[in-house]
Each structure stands twice: as C-alpha cells, then as structure tokens.
Design a protein around this ligand. Structure first.
Ligand code: ACO
Length: 323
C-alpha cells in the first residue's frame, strides 16, 4: 500500500505591528506608488522586541497541531526552516520543541533562505514515505526585520516577519505527490546575509549584518527558474497545467508571481497572494499563504496545489500535493 504525507493541519502567525509604505517613505527616499508598482507590497508585519523566530513558530505550530487534532507529544519529528534563528545553535527547532513541551523526538533546522519551507517539506516527505516518521511538524519562521538595513531603500521595503506551519501525517490517501529541490551556490553573492561572527580571512570579511541583494539580477533568474520548475513538476507527475487548482508561491514580488501564474495559464483568482499585506516573509511565506487560503475556505480538500519558491543560494524548489 502506498504511503503518502498528507497535510493534517495548518497554522500561521503575524506580529501585530504593521509598517506601511508611507511609514517607510518617512525614513528613505521612496513612495507608496513606487513600491506598489515594482513589488505589489502595501504593508508588512514587524515583530515586537520580545518576539523571536521560536516564539512566533510556537503560535503557528500550536494552531497547526490544533487543526490536526494532534497532541505535540505525538510528533516524531520537527523540521524548522529559518534564516533568522534565535541562536546560531542550538537550532530554533530545539527551542520550539522545548516551547511545545516535547522531549526526545528529533528536531532540526533547515536553511535554504526563501525556499526553506519547501526544502523542509521535502525532507519531511522523505521521512514519511520511507516509513521513518508518521507525524511531522514543518515550520517556516522569520524575523527578517532584524536583518534589514532600514536605510537601504532597495531592500527595506521588501521584507516582513511571521511564521507558518503544517502538520504532516502518514496516510494511504494521496497527499504530497512530489517535491523538487535545487541549489546553485555560484549565485551566492547576488543575495546574502553576512555572519560577522564567523567571517574570517578568505570568506569575504564582510562586517555588515544586513541583507545584501542585487535585486534586478535576482529577479531575472527567479522568473526563468520558476518557469522551469513548474514544467519539471508537472512532467514528473504526468499532469497538465489545467490539472492545478491552486498556485501557492513564495511571496517575493507580485511581478514574479504573475509571471509564474502566466506560465501555468492560471488566472490570478487561483493564485494565493499575500505579498501585498505581508511583504516577503522568506521561509514563512508559503505556509502563511497556504494557511490563510485553507482557513478562508478557498483551498478545499481534494484540490491539487502547486507550491514553489526561489531565494538566496540560489536555492529553489516546488511541491505538488493533493490537499
Ligand atoms: N524607491 C524608489 N526607488 C528605488 C527604490 C525604492 N524603494 N529601490 C530602488 N530604487 C531605484 C534604484 O535606485 C534605481 O534607480 P536608478 O535607476 O537611478 O539607479 C531604480 O529604482 C531601479 O532599480 P532596480 O533595482 O533596477 O529596480 P527593480 O525594478 O529591479 O525593482 C526590486 C527592485 C523590487 C528589488 C526587484 O528587483 C525584485 O523584486 N527583485 C527580486 C527580489 C527577490 O525575489 N528576492 C528573492 C527572495 S529574497 C531571499 O531569498 C531572502
């Protein structure tokens, strides 16, 4: 009998504080019109000083567990994607494990920048389909606001904070059909966050602690790469574009999302868009968008969902699933 990973529950959390484009225009030379036209972003949520990747992850995880009617103690594995961990070590997954009051199940972080959730989902799916785990919590959580240079108008307008989670359960019913992950480290200098604590001689010696990005270069590669991964995903499953009910993309820029939807010949009504209200929440953006569309009833059981992401590395990936 086939063994699939089925999404049993979803959860999400956004910090209370909202920063609008007009708020940013008071600090850097930009405008609401420019930001909306180039990115589609209108506002973003920013974590309070006491909030961290693990505190936000806990709220999203508890919601997902509740939706799955599952006790945290039943989890076999916790995989958490983040580029803004509370500590370099131990992993934020371990901190989340403690917050959930769970002991002994394995918990570890995955770092693949904005594609982190897809990478984490892919690993979780391998564990479940191989029979090595039956109940896995997968989380994406980010406090990007602490890595942003608030005086750099080309990046500070883009990012937001938040956390999203799904609980996967082994099932004989169709769930995740396939995941596809790729990386190419040759692009590392186009988008990165230095770590001054470990930069030694020969590793860049970059003293800055903020996100560095060559936006238009990233944009071009992202659009082409996401087009290719859509084809790869459908081909492997022998599906047509018309078989996809929903696209749940990473939320970096509305123009990248629109280009992928066009490639799929999918009307924008079938694309879950949160970038306008949340900005780019990196690894949290896909589980946040998915949770929103499940909770408001847009995505229904039995529908086919394509998730895709692209980010620093470059690292990119997709997941096709029957919800
Ligand atoms: N307000 C006004 N003008 C601005 C702003 C701003 N906020 N930011 C940049 N500009 C100016 C630039 O200085 C430049 O001016 P110049 O022509 O006088 O030099 C002009 O606007 C055009 O700049 P570009 O960078 O070419 O603008 P572009 O249309 O490419 O938009 C953007 C920039 C929004 C960053 C876009 O390139 C983008 O979204 N890139 C992809 C980002 C992404 O997907 N990242 C991956 C995920 S992130 C992760 O993995 C962590």
């Amino acid at each position: 009998m086939s063994r699939y990973s089925r999404i049993a529950g979803t959860g999400g959390y956004l910090p209370k504080q909202v920063v609008t484009n007009d708020d940013l225009a008071k600090r850097v030379e930009t405008s609401d019109d420019w930001i909306i036209e180039r990115t589609g972003i209108r506002r973003r949520h920013i974590a309070a000083p006491e909030e961290t990747a693990s505190s936000m992850a806990e709220i999203a995880a508890r919601q997902a567990l509740e939706a799955a009617a599952m006790d945290p103690g039943a989890l076999d594995l916790i995989i958490l994607a983040t580029s803004s961990p509370d500590r370099v070590f131990p992993s934020t997954a371990c901190l989340l494990q403690q917050r959930l009051g769970v002991r002994s199940c394995a918990a570890f972080d995955v770092q693949a920048a904005c594609s982190g959730f897809i990478f984490a989902l892919s690993i979780a799916d391998q564990y479940i389909s191989a029979g090595n785990a039956s109940r896995v919590l997968v989380v994406g959580t980010e406090v990007n606001s602490r890595s942003v240079d608030w005086d750099d108008r080309s990046t500070c307008i883009l990012f937001g904070d938040g956390a999203g989670a799904v609980v996967l359960e082994a099932s004989s019913e169709l769930g995740i059909m396939s995941t596809h992950i790729h990386s190419d480290g040759h692009y590392q200098d186009l988008l990165y966050l230095p770590n001054p604590a470990s930069n030694g001689e020969g590793s860049g010696n970059d003293e800055s602690r903020t996100i560095r990005m060559q936006g238009s270069e990233v944009f071009k590669v992202a659009v082409n790469t996401l087009g290719r991964i859509v084809d790869e995903t459908l081909e492997q499953n022998g599906l047509q574009k018309s078989d996809v009910d929903w696209l749940v993309p990473h939320q970096a820029n509305i123009r990248i999302i629109t280009a992928t939807a066009k490639k799929l010949q999918l009307p924008m009504e079938r694309v879950v868009v949160t970038v306008d209200e949340q900005g780019n929440t990196s690894s949290a953006s896909i589980p946040l968008a998915f949770d929103e569309a499940v909770r408001d009833g847009r995505i229904k059981r039995g529908q086919t969902v394509l998730m895709e992401a692209f980010g620093g590395g470059f690292a990119w990936g997709s997941a096709l699933l029957r919800y």
